[in-house]
Design a protein around this ligand. Structure first.
Ligand code: C5P
Length: 288
C-alpha cells in the first residue's frame, strides 16, 4: 500500500479474494427509497441515503436519466457478512442492490456500465460485483482477474465491535508520518500460490499493510491472531481494515478445529468458516 494521495485515498496493489459469506439484497417496488436490514449487527447498518445500497439505487436511477424520486424501491438487506468488519460487506450490498435494481427496473445496464457505477460508489464495490480473485490497483477499483487453481479454506474471527475504514487509513498515515512509503507492488509469489491452489505457499506470502494500523486502534486483535496460529492456522492476518481477522487453514477439517478454538478462546465474538474463491454479486430470483 502506498502513502496518502492528494485526494486522501491510498494507491493499492490489493489482492482481492471472494469468500463464501453472503448478504442477500431484495429489491421491491415502493413509494420511495427505503432500506431495511436484518441479521447480526443490523442495528449498526445505516438505513438512510448514506447506505451504500441506497446510493447504488440512486446512482443507477441517475444513469437512466431519472431523478432521485424515481429510485422508489424498498431494499431489504439480509446481513450475514460481519458489519464494519473489514470484509467489504457494505460494498457487497451495493453490488447486490445494483444488480437487483437493474433486474427490477429492466435497466439492462451493460457490465461495463455497472462496473463504472461500482467504481463511483466505493473502492471495493467493483470487485464485489465480479468476485473470484483479482488484483485491485488505483484505489482498489481497477481490477485484473487472477487465476485460482484450487479451493482455499478460511476461518474468520468476528471481533466485538467494528473499526471505521477511514480511521484505520488515517492511523496508517500517522504511523508512517515523516517516512517515504514505497509504491505498492503485488507479490508474484502470491499470484503463483493462488494459481497453483497451494495453501502453504499462499500462507508464506500473505500480508496486510493495514494490519499495524488496525492493531494500533484495536490491540486485542493480537490475541485473536495468536489464538488462531496456536490452533494450527497456516497464516493469520487482519482482514482488510479489520477488525475481522482471517486464518488460512489446510482443509475443511482444520477449519472446524481452528474455528472451535477461536470461539472458545474468548478473543473474539464468533468464528466463521468459509471457502474461496466464491462468485461476486448474483441475481438469485427474478420478480416473476
Ligand atoms: O472507497 P471507499 O468509500 O470504500 O473508501 C472508504 C475510505 O477508506 C476512504 O474515505 C478513505 O479514507 C479510505 N481509503 C483509502 N484508500 C483506498 C481505499 C479507501 O484511503 N485505496
Amino acid at each position: 500500500m502506498g502513502g496518502a494521495r492528494p485526494d486522501g485515498f491510498h494507491d493499492l496493489a490489493n489482492v482481492f479474494l471472494a469468500v463464501g459469506l453472503y448478504d442477500e439484497v431484495t429489491a421491491t417496488p415502493a413509494d420511495e427509497l427505503r432500506v431495511t436490514c436484518a441479521g447480526p449487527g443490523a442495528d449498526r447498518v445505516p438505513l438512510d441515503r448514506t447506505n451504500l445500497a441506497a446510493r447504488a439505487a440512486l446512482a443507477l436511477a441517475e444513469r437512466r436519466g431519472l431523478d432521485a424520486d424515481a429510485a422508489a424501491v424498498h431494499l431489504h438487506i439480509g446481513k450475514d457478512i460481519p458489519v464494519a468488519g473489514g470484509m467489504a460487506g457494505g460494498s457487497a450490498d451495493a453490488a447486490g442492490a445494483l444488480l437487483a435494481c437493474d433486474a427490477l427496473w429492466g435497466t439492462r445496464a451493460s457490465r461495463d456500465e455497472l462496473l463504472e457505477i461500482c467504481a463511483e460508489l466505493g473502492s471495493d464495490v467493483p470487485f464485489s460485483l465480479v468476485g473470484g480473485a483479482a488484483l485491485g490497483t488505483g484505489r482498489g477499483e481497477r481490477l485484473r482477474p487472477l487465476d485460482v487453481g484450487g479451493t482455499f479454506h478460511w476461518v474468520f474471527a468476528v471481533a466485538d465491535g467494528g473499526l471505521s475504514t477511514p480511521a484505520v487509513y488515517r492511523e496508517f498515515d500517522r504511523l508512517h508520518e515523516g517516512t517515504d512509503v514505497p509504491e505498492p507492488v503485488a507479490s508474484e509469489d502470491l499470484f503463483a500460490a493462488l494459481a497453483k491452489g497451494d495453501a502453504d505457499a499462499l500462507a508464506a506470502t500473505l500480508a496486510n499493510d493495514l494490519q499495524p494500523a488496525a492493531l494500533s486502534l484495536f490491540p486485542p486483535l493480537a490475541d485473536t491472531l495468536a489464538a488462531g496460529r496456536a490452533a494450527g492456522a497456516l497464516a493469520a492476518l487482519v482482514s482488510g481494515s479489520g477488525p475481522t481477522t482471517a486464518f488460512l487453514v489446510r482443509d475443511a477439517e482444520s477449519a472446524q478445529v481452528v474455528a472451535g478454538a477461536l470461539a472458545a478462546s474468548g478473543t473474539c465474538r464468533t468464528a466463521r468458516v468459509a471457502d474461496s474463491p466464491a462468485p461476486g454479486a448474483t441475481v438469485l430470483r427474478g420478480t416473476g
